[in-house]
Structures are given as C-alpha cells and as structure tokens.
Design a protein around this ligand. Sequence first.
Ligand SMILES: Cc1cc2nc3c(=O)[nH]c(=O)nc-3n(C[C@H](O)[C@H](O)[C@H](O)COP(=O)(O)OP(=O)(O)OC[C@H]3O[C@@H](n4cnc5c(N)ncnc54)[C@H](O)[C@@H]3O)c2cc1C
Ligand code: SF4
Length: 494
Amino acid sequence: MGKPTGFIEYERETAKVEDPKSRVRHFHEFRQPLSMEKQRLQGARCMACGVPFCQSGMMLGGMASGCQLHNLVPETNDLVYGGNWQQAYWRLMKTHCFPEFTSRVCPALCEAACTCNLHGEPVATKENERAIIETAYEKGWIKASPPAVRTGKKIAVVGSGPSGLAAALQLNKRGHLVTVYERSDRIGGLLRYGIPNMKLEKSVIDRRLALMEEEGITFVTNADVGADVDAGALLKEYDRVILACGASNPRDIQVPGREAKGIYFAVDFLKSVTKSLLDSDFADQKFIPAKGKNVLVIGGGDTGNDCVGTAIRLGAKSVVQLEMMPEPPKERAENNPWPQWPRILKTDYGQEEAIALFGQDPRMYQTTVTEFVANKKGEVCQAKVVKLKSQKDEKSGRMQMVPVEGSEQLLSADLVLIAAGFLGAQKYVADAFGVERNARTNVATKPDGYETSVSRVFTAGDMHRGQSLVVWAIREGREAARAVDQSLMGYTNL
Ligand SMILES: Cc1cc2nc3c(=O)[nH]c(=O)nc-3n(C[C@H](O)[C@H](O)[C@H](O)COP(=O)(O)OP(=O)(O)OC[C@H]3O[C@@H](n4cnc5c(N)ncnc54)[C@H](O)[C@@H]3O)c2cc1C
Ligand code: SF4
C-alpha cells in the first residue's frame, strides 16, 4: 500500500457525467473520465486490506460478493497510485481478458465489497480499471500476439458474446485454432445488441475484435448453428465445441390483449435501435419507433432501464416502468450486511433521465399488468394495471405477490416493451447437439464443470448459468477454455 492515509486524505471522485437533459440528445457514452493524475489519487484510497473482499468473488447470502474474476484489486490500485500504469496493465491481464467492457458496464461487485464502503465511499476500482486499459491502448502496449506454436487442434465456439469471446481468446493464446460462429450479423452478443451504445460504444468491441482476428481467430457471422449450420458437421470438423449461445429466451407476459401490435420484447427493441445506428446512423429508420409514444416498460431491472434510456433518446412522450416487487430500502437492511451485495435502491442512468425530463421517477412499484387494450387498428393503446401486495400462500407457506382488490387503473401505452427476464437457453441449439438441460432450462454440467452430457461438447456463460453479468460470462468463458485445454492436452497452463 503506497499511501496508508490515502483513504482519509482523498475523497472518492469519479468521472464527470454529462447532464441528463443534454446526453439524451445522443447515443454516445456520456462519462468523461478523470485525468490520469486524479485517477492516480483514487488508487491511493485503497487500504490493501488483509482480507480484501473486493477480489474474493464469494457467494454470500445467495449473491455474488466481490469480483468474479478475482482481479488483484489492491495490487492494481496500488500500481495506479504509484503511476506504474504498464505494470498495472499486466497485473490486470493476469485475471482478465476484456477490462474495456467491464470497466464500462460492470455493476462493480468489487466496490460493493470494498472495506471503505463500510462507513464511507468505496475505492473507485471500476474507473481505475478503465484508466488502466485505456492507457494501455493509448500507449500502444496492447498488440496482437499470435501464438508462436500451433497445436493442430481445432475448436468451434458457438456464440460470440463475452463468454464465447473469452473462451476463444484463451484457447487461441494456447495455440489451438479457434473459429467463432455467430447467428447474428455482427460479433459481440449482448455487448453488441443488448447493452445500448451509450453504455458501451460499439467501437470498443471492434477495437478488440481486430486484435483477435490478427491473432488468428476466425469469426463467421450469419451462421445459425443448429439451423443453417449442421451440429454434426461441426462435431466432425472440430476437436471440441463450446456452446456459448446466451439465455435469450425472453419471459413473456401472458395476459389478454397480448396479440396487439406495438408490444415487443426488450432485446428486440434495443437490437433494432443499435443495428439501425450502426448500419446507417438511423437513416434507414429500421428501428422500432418510440417518438411521441407513451412507452410502458414491463420490468424494473437493468434491461428495463436500458429501454427507458433508449426510448427517451428516440423522443418518447412519456415512460413508465412497472416493477412487481416493493421499492428497495435506501440503506442496507439488517439482514443484508456488508460485504454482501447491497439490495438497496439504485437509480440508473435511464431513470435519472426520465426524472430530469418528466419530473418524476418512471418506476411504479408493486404493480403488474393484467390486460392490454387495443384500438380499432389492433394497436395497443392502453394497459390495465393492478397493485400487488405480499401475502403468505396457505398451501406452500411461501410469500407471494397478489393483486390488491379495487386497485386497477388504466395507463396510456402505445409502445410496450417486455423486460421481464429470461427463461434460459434456446432449445433448438441444445437439441441439435443432444445436450441435456437442467430444470432451469440451462445446459447442464456437473457442478463447477463445463463439459455437457455429450462428450467433446462444452458450455459457458448465460447458456450455462442463466442470464447474468458480463463479468460472470468472461469468467465462465475463461474457465471453460481451461477445461477444454485440459481435455485436449492432458494438462493446462491457462
Ligand atoms: C439489455 C441488457 C443489458 C444488459 N446490461 C448489462 C450490464 O450493463 N452489465 C452487465 O454486466 N451485464 C449486462 N447484461 C447481461 C450480459 O449482457 C450477459 O450476462 C452477457 O452478455 C452473457 O454473455 P454470453 O456470452 O453468455 O451470452 P450473449 O451475450 O447472450 O451472447 C450469446 C451469443 O450467441 C449467439 N447465438 C445464440 N444461438 C446461436 C446459434 N444457434 N448459432 C450461433 N450463434 C448463436 C447469439 O446471437 C449471441 O450473439 C445485460 C443484458 C441485457 C439483455
Ligand atoms: S470486473 Fe467488475 S467486479 Fe471485477 S474489478 Fe472490474 S469492475 Fe470490479
């Protein structure tokens, strides 16, 4: 620890954030990072704790606490404080493949578990990570480094989200020849076509992909494995296959009127907007429009928030976001102590923008939709909603949310976006390879394992653990790569 009194001397300082009313006029990232000198002082706030929960990546109280990649957080923070940026970069790359993604989109499990967060503000580890990786790009320290020796083994990775990309990068580094198959027209999975551009500018993905191609990884787009590309043919051609297809089965809202026009799944909406932005800077107008519409987002989570921010940028007239659960407390509850992940109220960027523009929080808690109402043209125009209360189910004894009698109301809604979660892996890919799925419809493996019920077929990421986070997907991709390497070579040094 370079500065024992750093956490006392320096306040937490993070990126300058563009005013909500100004940033909703564009789709670019809106955080202006600190200068390197200021960022260095943020490194000084790290206390190098004897037990650094920030890097533990443990499950506590059923939730992940600390970095799932086990980034060597106190060490990198200290190197940042010392201005040893190049060493900090090498230290970060011991555990990570893509800090440029997590340092933009990670909820920073490390910071929630930081000791400074017990009674004050956590160390700005996520922004330190961003400063390290962006400095490394700027200074030209990141260069393509193809493996010196090839093993002659061939691996197919199906799906190009963060888990597939992490697995591909690691296995290629080891000398195996890797081909990534992607159903979509562009590489990146939900990094590309889920997370909006203002959270992760897509040039950040392209910059990394160019390096990976130079290192010898082949990317094949518009290749729907299990539909256009035969699974059996892949198993013949490749020594190992990794299924990293995500958990893209959206949970539907089955209520009367669901067939009305103007009701979409969140990811279809977000994808249409990013694709139109990337294809033509919106000139083709091939996106689901929100201009002048009363937008109803069903689902109070992060995906719902991305829909709020995107709809506002497209010129929505109003935005309401329904959440079934009660509003979380502002402070940690007694049964949710540090260093557990804090179950407290968060107001994300989209909600901040709605508050700035419309003067109120878009979230309606303990509320669900019971019916969609369509006009004569069959277009959705209203939604019937009802308040919910928590009540014990007499049979099971479990608490459940039930409607409050007489609380029904009608909301104007001419664009409805369903962001109610995901149900697991898509069946056709699993069936094409004959791999078993578990009760949660994820592809099944032994606990902490990555090989499926079919020999030579592995799985990673959301397809394996269900809809999760980018940091988890990268960890799974790296661990699946290790398992594949071990099975091919009899040992692994990944
Ligand atoms: C809207 C949204 C916003 C999110 N925001 C965040 C965030 O801010 N921070 C965060 O940490 N996490 C976020 N997440 C979660 C995160 O994006 C995922 O957990 C992560 O991308 C999972 O990575 P993956 O590689 O397992 O799968 P995915 O990213 O889902 O990638 C799977 C890929 O496989 C492809 N594929 C599927 N089937 C086939 C097939 N048969 N043949 C070929 N290719 C196929 C898909 O087209 C896709 O490109 C968000 C999720 C959503 C939906
Ligand atoms: S990947 Fe996420 S949890 Fe890990 S150090 Fe970076 S910001 Fe923190």
